[in-house]
Design a protein around this ligand. Structure first.
Ligand code: SF4
Ligand code: FES
Length: 263
């Protein structure tokens, strides 16, 4: 089927403002929007800039605004959009570096600010482990769906609060803060709460829910934000993950002997 692609072009070195450029060609069944962009770059216009890597919905680099919705280009079948005109623009709510490439620096900075890693009760246990932490399937479920985030940034592009309040941490960072708070190997909840408990922080979320709809990985950042808010009022202690001592003589699970601690 012949499809007309209307693609956002902007080169800050020479363009005063962005514009849409048309490319029309036959799209075959099975081609993703990313395949179409590569087709354009390899056969029609080598100057087109976009970002992609894995081509399989894992790396999060190809998120863009396709027919006015944030989507992963590599996971979007061009013909399944059900139209012969496909408009592609960079994710909104980010600075545009060139053509379809957004500047994701704020996404990564906001993510870093919420300390997105397990903060141990006893740091020595991570430097010189004496055992392994065991979680039950139910304890894993407390945070598992939020751990599927691939940092594509689509949720920030959809969020109306990010659009009006640049300092708002945004759904990705807040969901990841909650993901670690809910992990019973972690003891960093207080530090993360200090980071987001301010008028432009967690409480700025108006519960539009657009982030959950935009997420290509089924993460529900809106839910995480509500659970995070609730945790300020209901502070039930999560049960600590059990530390199971390493048995250095017997092989651990999978037949692999526990390594000697390194100095
Ligand atoms: S929560 Fe979803 S939309 Fe947001 S960055 Fe993670 S994977 Fe992308
Ligand atoms: S290219 Fe990696 S998610 Fe699309």
């Amino acid at each position: 089927m012949k499809v007309r692609f209307k693609i956002w072009r902007y080169d800050p070195a020479k363009d005063v403002q962005p514009y849409f450029q048309d490319y029309t060609f036959d799209v075959k069944e099975g081609m993703t929007v990313l395949d179409c962009l590569y087709y354009i770059k390899e056969n029609i216009d080598a100057t087109l800039a976009f970002r992609a890597s894995c081509r399989m919905g894992i790396c999060g680099s190809c998120a863009m605004y396709i027919n006015k919705k944030p989507r992963l280009a590599c996971e979007t079948q061009a013909l399944s959009l059900g139209t012969d005109v496909i408009e592609i623009a960079p994710l909104p709510n980010y600075k545009n570096i060139k053509d379809l490439v957004p500047d994701l620096t704020p996404l990564f900075e906001k993510h870093k600010n919420v300390k997105p890693y397990v903060i141990p009760e006893n740091e020595q246990e991570f430097i010189n482990p004496t055992g392994e932490y065991s979680q039950t399937p139910a304890e894993l479920e407390e945070y598992l769906q939020f751990a599927y985030c691939i940092k594509c940034g689509a949720c920030l592009a959809a969020c109306p609060t990010v659009g009006t309040t640049p300092d708002f941490p945004g759904p990705q960072a807040l969901a990841q803060a909650y993901r670690y708070n809910a992990d019973n190997r972690d003891f960093g909840e207080k530090e993360r709460k200090v980071q987001v408990d301010n008028p432009k922080g967690l409480w700025r979320c108006h519960m539009a829910g657009a982030c959950a709809e935009a997420c290509p990985k089924g993460v529900d950042p809106a839910l995480a934000i509500q659970l995070f808010k609730r945790s300020f009022f209901f502070t039930g202690r999560k049960p600590k993950a059990r530390l199971i001592p390493l048995n250095k003589e017997k092989p651990a699970r999978g037949g692999i002997k526990a390594p000697e601690p390194t100095v």
